[in-house]
Write a protein of this length. Sequence first.
Length: 322
Amino acid sequence: MNVISLFSGAGGLDLGLVHAGHDIVWANDIYEDAVETYRKNIGDHVDVRDIVNIPSSDIPDADVVVGGFPCQGFSVANWARTVGDERNSLYREMVRVIRDKNPKFFIAENVKGIVSLGKGEVLNKIIEDFRGTGYRTQWKVLNSADYGVPQKRMRFVMLGIREDLTLNSVPFPPISTHRDPSKNESKSLPDWVTVGDALAHFPEPEDAPNIPNHSYSKYKLRFNGHLGHRFIDPLKPAPTVTGRGDDKGGVVVLHHPGNHRRMSARELAAVQSFPDDFIFEGTRTSAYRQIANAVPPKLGHSIGIMLNEVERAVNYTTCETL
Ligand SMILES: C[S@@+](CC[C@H](N)C(=O)[O-])C[C@H]1O[C@@H](n2cnc3c(N)ncnc32)[C@H](O)[C@@H]1O
């Protein structure tokens, strides 16, 4: 389907959607390095203006609108999260684009903290606003590890279906591709991908100066259990790679699973399931930030496959079938 992508960042979600067969017709992000990365790796259909200043008439029509509106105000990694945080209101830009473009479906994604913000009040308001544009919605917090990502990244994903479309059943959430080996679940799926396996093919950055983005922060290692200072178990998926959802502020860079240095940007990208030939523009700090803000492409791929199923499930009644 044709897709409009808001808050597209470096394009993690979009890459997954493209791999699932979708066509991104227009994307937008205000972060220049991320837009440059997007342009080089995905396509030139990306606009770098502030969404607030883009009239809907500048945006082409599409079947689907996707967007991970900025999450700083929602993040559980941010101590100062408050219901009144102004940055939370950018989701209204997504509501506006959906109202004006009237796509068949939309996908809104975010950090899991959005669910508990203001004891659920914020999410209720967001859902009410999306429903007010004429959509039925359903949501779930998904674990990226269940979709082949070597990271236990929890992501809130909401599917919106335009009210005039009828479906016998809604294929939501996306179908898992991997399983938690510690649970007694069906063995028909492969086990979660471990961070040790995901990074095993990378040589040490000092030995491979030609691998793009393969340099790392020399920030001192500590092991105090706090975010970014944890021992990384090579036999499990990594903990969440956290960013702030914008082009500012530091990024928590995980320790390499050998626990002898921090991960290079290339390795952090692999933990997010970006392919090794996806190149990040800008400084190393900027690359870390673009990676940390992204939806893992493999989760995006499973969302894209689900969208194909949702489109197939719609009862399009025509004169011929009556
Ligand atoms: C969580 S990130 C989205 C990441 C993206 N979904 C991906 O998979 O890579 C949120 C993005 O919103 C962008 N953003 C923040 N304020 C914006 C604005 N006013 N207009 C356009 N983009 C904005 C940020 O630059 C950031 O890249």
